[in-house]
Write a protein that binds this ligand. Structure first.
Ligand SMILES: O=C(O)C1=C[C@@H](OP(=O)(O)O)[C@@H](O)[C@H](O)C1
Ligand SMILES: C=C(OP(=O)(O)O)C(=O)O
Length: 433
């Protein structure tokens, strides 16, 4: 694997960047469609490692998925009886957490494995919950098996979802097909990434599933999915707003202007929070007729922010903070230690390697301004670490990302999009020139 010389831009970046579909919405739409009572279609699907793993896994255990030969982002999903098979989760949290509850409905054994690095990602919470709901699960982490009899009792379960919102989402997504549905009580420190749980709720409701949230029932930290049929839906996937953030950051870092079309006027995607984050750091941000326009400031300010709800944005925000002219405090993100890699440790190490100043706190990062130098930025097989390196490289000559290819987890062809963004901007140096 050769390192990627991150292009440096000595002039403001001016570009319009169109992003493919959302990973989180795509993989939810696929699971819900696989459980539906008829044929669904999914338009604007993200095609990337995480979503292709979901497609392969669903096919393996009985779902028919046709891919339009003229437009590989258009899928037709034909639900089938869930059967045994072997599932590769790669490093995808959405595959390793969303599929086991569906596998519990199988008529055989579904075996799960994934990348070496995936074997350390937390899973015991959801696997224990499935056992409590009547499933036969062997193992507490990857690799593990789920053996089904074609149905699952379901019912009430207490879980500690402070490590990942995906435990709640994963259980909810298949629960309408459990005999008793599900009632999930969370017990523990606050659940992160609540917008992602709201995404699950809204998409289930869109498919006709009856869901009670804490706001509906008045029961704090309790979600209920009633048993019942799941409707077929013609899904249209929003662009991935978290994947938009490195491109918007490019405007902020270079004092340029980046436009992202098809920005939804209302969304459950956490990436929407980048508008507030960039504005707080000094950028001008406008949402104008579905186009998000970010104009960078002369100098970026640091930020003090709780990212508990939008942890996915941390690598982008940390890269921006490393280039800001005042200190930043990123809080509420202890759970990032269980993401693709330990993101807090990885960001501290990589910012430090370039001469920056980042320290790990109990639940986040403190980053103070320092002059940065070039060097190798390690991605740790983490797509968002790789894109964070690209952001830093815009402002710091001589940054090389060791594995830019890892961006294919959610954004294949990132380097080309990055190069296209820079192509319209006069002075930059690096691989894309
Ligand atoms: O449900 C989802 O699609 C996701 C939930 C979040 O997970 P955590 O709650 O584990 O942070 C997020 O970080 C991840 O990228 C996608
Ligand atoms: C945490 C992430 O991914 P995953 O779905 O694998 O948890 C992410 O994309 O930032």
């Amino acid at each position: 694997m050769s390192t990627w010389p991150a292009p440096t831009s000595s002039s403001p970046v001016h570009a319009t960047v169109t992003l493919p579909g959302s990973k989180s919405i795509t993989n939810r739409a696929l699971i819900i469609s696989a459980l539906a009572s008829g044929r669904s279609t999914v338009a604007g699907t993200l095609r990337s490692r995480d979503t292709d793993l979901m497609i392969s896994a669903l096919r393996e255990i009985g779902t028919g998925i046709d891919i339009d030969s003229d437009d590989p982002t258009s899928l037709t999903v034909h639900p089938g009886i869930v059967r045994g098979g072997a599932v590769d989760c790669g490093l995808a949290g959405t595959v390793m957490r969303f599929l086991p509850p569906l596998a519990a409905l199988a008529t055989g054994t579904v075996s799960f494995d994934g990348d070496e690095q995936a074997r350390t990602r937390p899973l015991d919470t959801i696997l224990s919950a499935l056992r409590a709901l009547g499933a036969d699960v062997d193992g507490d982490a990857l690799p593990f098996t789920v053996t089904g009899t074609g149905r699952l009792r379901g019912g009430t379960v207490d879980i500690d979802a402070s490590g990942s919102s995906q435990f709640v989402s994963g259980l909810m997504l298949s629960a309408a097909r459990f005999d008793e549905g599900i009632t999930i009580h969370h017990v523990g420190k606050p659940v992160p990434s609540m917008p992602h749980i709201q995404m699950t709720v809204e998409m289930l409701r869109h498919a006709g599933v009856l869901v009670d949230t804490p706001a509906d029932s008045g029961d704090a930290d309790t979600w209920r999915v009633h048993p019942g049929p799941v409707d077929a839906v013609d899904w249209v996937i929003e662009p991935d707003l978290s994947n938009a953030t490195p491109f918007l950051a490019a405007a902020a870092v270079t004092g340029g202007e980046v436009r992202v079309p098809n920005w939804p006027s209302s969304t459950t995607q956490p990436g929407d929070a980048i508008r507030h984050i960039l504005a707080t750091m000094g950028a001008t941000v406008e949402l104008d007729g579905g186009i998000l326009v970010v104009r960078g400031p002369k100098a970026l300010r640091g930020i003090d922010i709780d990212l508990h709800d939008v942890g996915e944005l941390t690598p982008t925000v940390a890269a921006l903070a490393a280039l800001a002219d005042s200190p930043s405090h990123l809080r509420g993100i202890a759970h990032l230690r269980g993401h693709e890699t330990d993101r807090l440790a990885a960001l501290v190490t990589e910012i430090g390697r370039l001469g920056g100043n980042a320290i790990e706190t109990d639940d986040g990062l403190d980053i103070t301004p320092a002059a940065l130098n070039g060097g190798v930025w390690h991605a740790y097989a983490d797509h968002r670490m790789a894109t964070a390196g690209a952001i830093v490289g815009l402002a710091v000559p001589g940054v090389h990302v060791d594995d830019i290819g890892t961006t294919s987890k959610t954004l294949p062809g990132f380097e080309l999009l990055w190069a296209d963004m820079l192509a319209g901007s006069p002075a930059h140096e690096g691989s894309s020139s």
